[in-house]
Design a protein around this ligand. Structure first.
Ligand code: FAD
Length: 285
């Protein structure tokens, strides 16, 4: 089923993200996690894709496994290291496996590669190619706190608009920890005439190490309320995990309460985290 149809029903949706292994020795455990998370019957599951295309085969296998388990898959696809013919081959494989939804991404330039070596510079070029190929529902990424490589938030939103005009039917946000940042972002998108569904990406932060890494990589704003949780529980892994899940649950309930229907959880191959979030939202969904 095309995701845009689910996202336009006006009903709350909950989805989870998994990422493929880099090597075959951990494939079995990742597959086990995928099966457990699919057992929670989310509205869809996304499967990430390595920027350099290194996970291409596993992304395809896991996304088709998700479909076999009766859950709609959303396969990520990056273009930074690709050429049009490799993209066509990947699209052929997705189509053969019955995968209808793609999150079209640029990816980050791997170390040692120069921008001069690239065919694709921006995700909107990939969106164009997928749209011309036909038959897929296309999504894209967006950044409520502005993409780190952007000049400023206004130009970032104008580029996002180009991506939507190229054929992107919905957007999924980078994680955020303060819902007001997301609400403000939605308002700025609408102001520029971007009115596709914007799926809210929520990351349950279950360890102090994880939050440090997130802040270092993406520069997310972290509310004082959450920093106090980290300070208090950072040396008690189980307490930290429970508090991180509770914080994410509160964020999700606030989103639904404010009329946001689509929530995507960065569950990071942790079925226990996905299960806890799903259980906390029991009657709400
Ligand atoms: P783009 O939309 O191309 O934007 C990148 C930057 O270029 C932005 O600053 C934008 O403002 C600017 N830009 C766009 N068009 C133009 C233009 N015409 N002229 C000048 N500047 C322009 N990475 C992976 O490797 N694998 C994944 O599976 C993956 N999944 C992700 C899922 C989500 C929901 C998110 C938010 C990110 C994901 N990423 C993933 C990370 C993503 O690849 C990086 O953040 C990357 O740096 C940007 O990708 P993009 O698709 O947003 O790029």
């Amino acid at each position: 089923m095309k995701l845009i149809e689910k996202l336009r029903t006006g009903k709350p949706t909950l989805s989870f993200e998994v990422f493929p292994p880099k090597t075959s020795d951990t494939y079995g455990s990742v597959l086990g996690a995928v099966r457990q998370i699919a057992g929670l019957k989310p509205n869809y599951m996304s499967v990430t894709y390595g920027a350099a295309g290194t996970t291409a085969a596993y992304t395809l296998e896991l996304a088709s496994e998700v479909a076999k388990l009766g859950v709609t898959p959303l396969a990520h696809l990056t273009c930074v290291c690709a050429r049009p013919d490799t993209i066509v081959r990947q699209l052929d494989s997705f189509r053969e496996k019955g995968i209808e939804n793609i999150l079209a991404l640029r990816g980050d330039l791997p170390e040692g590669m120069s921008r001069d070596d690239l065919h694709f510079h921006y995700a909107s070029e990939l969106v164009h190619q997928i749209r011309d190929y036909g038959g897929f529902c296309i999504g894209g990424a967006c950044y409520p706190e502005t993409h780190p490589g952007s000049e400023n938030s206004r130009t970032d939103i104008l580029h996002l608009k180009e991506k939507v005009e190229a054929g992107c039917e919905f957007l999924t946000t980078q994680m955020f920890f303060d819902n007001d940042i997301y609400y403000n972002f939605l308002w700025r998108l609408l102001n520029q005439g971007v009115d596709v569904p914007v799926v809210a990406g929520i990351m349950p932060v279950t360890s102090a190490t994880l939050i440090r890494r997130i802040v270092r990589i993406s520069g997310n704003a972290v509310p004082q309320k959450f920093l106090r949780i980290v300070d208090r529980f950072k040396d008690q892994p189980e307490a930290m995990k429970q508090a991180g899940i509770a914080f994410a649950t509160e964020q999700i309930i606030d989103l639904y309460a404010n009329g946001v229907n689509a929530v995507h959880v960065y569950s990071m191959n942790h079925p226990d985290v996905a299960e806890a979030i799903r259980a906390n939202l029991g009657s709400i969904l």
